[in-house]
Design a protein around this ligand. Structure first.
Ligand SMILES: [Zn+2]
Ligand SMILES: [Zn+2]
Length: 135
């Protein structure tokens, strides 16, 4: 019985940690890396570790609550699956990724004849408002 109680307790803690990570995604509009999640989580629940964050990410990925945002050459980020088509902006100074709305569209005209394009990703790069000289 005692081990059962232990398991229930452990399960409860896991659920709490998972809902903490889930909450962080609900309160941000931009994709978050594991490190960014950890920084935010620690301010809410001191003592939370990176392993817990990774576990939370894995659980949320399994639930399809978040999807990976893969930008070559950068650490993986995650975001809520958006209903609306969007792209990303990478600030090369602070290394934050932002969601940008809008799309140039009509990209089919770039591909050679006979090729079929079924999706595209656009990553804009530069400085965010916090890092730009005028900001
Ligand atoms: Zn920046
Ligand atoms: Zn697009």
């Amino acid at each position: 019985m005692q081990s059962e109680m232990k398991m229930v307790k452990k399960e409860k803690r896991r659920t709490q940690q998972q809902s903490l990570i889930r909450g962080l995604f609900q309160h941000t509009e931009r994709p978050l890396s594991a490190q960014e999640l950890l920084d935010a989580a620690v301010s809410i629940q001191p003592g939370i570790g990176i392993a817990t964050v990774y576990r939370g990410i894995k659980m949320l990925l399994d639930d399809n609550f978040i999807i990976p945002v893969e930008i070559p050459g950068t650490t993986p980020r995650y975001e809520k699956p958006g209903v609306r088509h969007h792209h990303h902006f990478l600030c090369k100074k602070c290394d934050k990724v932002y969601t940008v709305g809008g799309c140039p569209g009509h990209l089919e005209k770039l591909i050679p004849p006979g090729f079929v394009m079924d999706s595209h990703k656009i990553v804009l790069e530069g400085s965010c408002v916090t890092c730009s000289p005028s900001g």
